[in-house]
Design a protein around this ligand. Sequence first.
Ligand code: GTP
Ligand code: MG
Length: 440
Amino acid sequence: MFEQLSGRLEKMVRFLRGEVKVTEKNIAEALKMMRLALLEADVNYKVVKDFEGRIRERALGEEVLSGLNPAQQVIKIVRDEMASILGGAQKPLQFAGRPPSVFMLVGLQGSGKTTTCGKLARWVSGLGRHPVLASIDLKRPAAQDQLRTIAAGLGFPFFETTPAGKASPERAARELLAHAVNRGLDPLIVDTAGRLHVDDELMDELRLVKGLLDPVEVIYVGDAMTGQDAVRSAKAFEERVGLTAVILTKLDGDARGGAALSIVAATGRPIKFIGVGEKPDKLEVFHPERMASRILGMGDVLSLIEKAQDQADIAEAEEMARKLRKQEFTLEDFKKQVVQMRKMGSLSELLGHLPQAGPFKGLGKAQIDESKMARFTAIIDSMTPEERADPRLLNGSRRARIARGSGRPVHEVNQLVKQFQEMRKMMKSDSVRKLLDGLK
Ligand SMILES: Nc1nc2c(ncn2[C@@H]2O[C@H](COP(=O)(O)OP(=O)(O)OP(=O)(O)O)[C@@H](O)[C@H]2O)c(=O)[nH]1
Ligand SMILES: [Mg+2]
């Protein structure tokens, strides 16, 4: 992703880091390198100009952050400004106060709307929600089929709108909403038709559907590979339909970065996710700051961690949820969870090995209480398999034995058992049960 842009900006970063003194001349040179890199990446000219102006102003201003040398200060400013172009703080997906939350995906033909509907369904189900998919592309029956296949493949419900040609959008919308409400499905993810070009008919249709469904998110799905074309069409959709968010797809390809770096400025809408492949799991939450680090060649440490964590967590959580439902959750499982958390801790070491610019070394160093976790593991290791399976066996003398075996005081053993029991009790509560059922 953005290799070429990254490569060029890294050159600029290296140049600045090699300079002991940051003079006006050095900054001008660095900014020139940056300007060329951005223009070559097909970033909108106006965006580049504003960006440069803000960096120049701040770099030559009084801004001083302790712990950074002047060149590092400039690099930090570049990163901050780039993050701000990309939208600033991460903006989460919104849900409606009263279900169903309707997400409506719009965009040009082939931008990835239908694929992204499936990805989003998968993503929200990871939050314990029960999505339903529907297509309101009433003209092309094949569009329904594609989404139905995607939904079936992922095991999500698909709601068939009345066959093409017969239904009015009003009726389709009414049926859809009633269906979601009656079955308690939320969110309702709605795919729409795409056209090769922005045209009046499409825009009118989308505005009508939007009025009928009252979506909490109207998401523009844009193909990042098409660069400034995606930006222009996003702008048209924003002006004529109204958007709440952007998802950029195909960032796994050789997209030059122009779209990502211009689209927020052009539409005023945040990028909430990016598509990085055709498969349903190839959807990533978009973090402007991390992306800025990534583009500047600092290694996208944080996204990497989050990904590793996500994947491990989903599989593990599913298994734990199954056990909890069946009341099979034991101290052995409890230990697994603790070990899992420790693994994340060792990731903090990994950070040191990843390419990153000097000033950002401390970035993301996780503060994990390693020693406490190690003590918990030692205590559980000193239990017999029977005890781990059934902590009710743990009477006073057994606890004393475990304390000796693990070299920990008895009160720590008690504390662990208590924590485990509380966790189990909590898992039995209705609200948690519901959440667990959603994980299935
Ligand atoms: N590499 C890659 N391919 C993607 C991504 N998202 C979608 N695609 C592919 O892009 C193509 C078009 O995707 P669709 O989801 O059918 O696009 P659409 O916007 O629904 O198209 P229409 O309904 O015809 O307007 C498919 O081949 C997808 O597999 C992505 O993030 N990366
Ligand atoms: Mg489609």
